[in-house]
Design a protein around this ligand. Sequence first.
Ligand code: P5A
Length: 429
Amino acid sequence: MRLSRYFLPVLKETPAEAEIVSHQLMLRAGMIQQLSAGIYSWLPLGWRVLQKVEAIVREEMDRSGAIEILMPTIQPADLWRESGRYDAYGKEMLRIKDRHERDMLFGPTNEENVTDIFRRHVKSYRQLPLNLYHIQWKFRDEVRPRFGVMRGREFLMKDAYSFDLDLEGARRSYDAYFVAYLRAFHRMGLTAIPMVADTGPIGGDMSHEFQILASTGESEVFFDAAFEDIDFGDPNLDPERLKALYAAADEKHDPATCPVPKDRLRSGRGIEVGHIFYFGTKYSEPMNATVSTADGADVPVHMGSYGIGVSRLVGALIEANHDAAGIVWPESVAPFKVGIVTIRHDDEAANALAEDLYRKLTGAGVEVLWDDRDERAGAKFATMDLIGLPHQVTVGPRGAKSGRVEVKDRRGGAKDELSLDAAIERLAR
Ligand code: P5A
């Protein structure tokens, strides 16, 4: 992508309304734009990151055996009356009337919707386990939307739903999500600590939140120092071992009963990027989602639901990856892998070399943003640092004479002068 033809509306000043660094940087880097409180448009750079995050979540869901569907954002109130949640949900639910005066709502979650799909089609224990998920926009009319996409009113969630014959099966499903979540967050370069949690209006008695440590987190969290030694990239992560380690957010943490000795207890602020629940037959019973067992009896199916805050993760990623100059994207979620900066764009040799590099990298499948604008070098470097692409290549008149470019790593700032071929070899890896 040539920046001269792209749409990257960066801001020079830090917008006063943004309190935390991820919100400030998302606005400054032209990733999002607010339309109304807690409701954002995703501009090209932000949209690319959101899609990267989404793709990792999708891959890990598919790998775990869950099957992707897409349910609607607008739901009929009657479905929620069946579960009893239409009245229970309160003001966070955006209630709408259609032209026939029928009560509708903009979905804050899809337990009822997916239970309805299940009950129409699944009748036998032989069809279990079943795991369905979608990645879809939710609306929750939060009292205090804030921190940009971290607590939005409209936000993108990956929500999955498990259906099993009994508790034992449901535990297996729960554990599969538990591990898939840790894997997904790890692939984004994040360490998310699983913590026992309250179940809230979703209900049920087995629940974990996944919290990323960051000073701007909304809740205080407490955890065993043993988490610091866990290799979350281990393909054989044992969920039972992790569940046995103490970790709890403030509403669950009780210093009087905490089993971890003081010197091994860590605390910090956490951003909740995922939440998983087992709630048994809470929805299947009132909604008549039953299956026949091997003995021919009809029993309500055991369910769980599993959420990841996909749009929130974009903010959380920036909270965990930035410096004074701007964002420092982990490669797996970066909007582009490489940024090329030409200094003196009017210099024929530099321009030709940059064009050659741009074509070859793009041809090799590398995502490149080339700042080919007629701008001061200083402003171009500042923009590159702000938007945080992992690798920056500077092409200038001096190096161009000998066919050399400078490659800088955004993280750590290491710089190398390389021949064109050596640069391509390194960046196309
Ligand atoms: C689980 C999936 C649920 O809704 N039903 C379906 C369950 N869980 S949850 O904890 O309420 O939400 C799941 C994740 O969504 C993110 N999230 C938000 N992100 C941005 N803005 C919001 N207002 C918001 N509310 C929830 C969180 O990451 C949460 O863990």
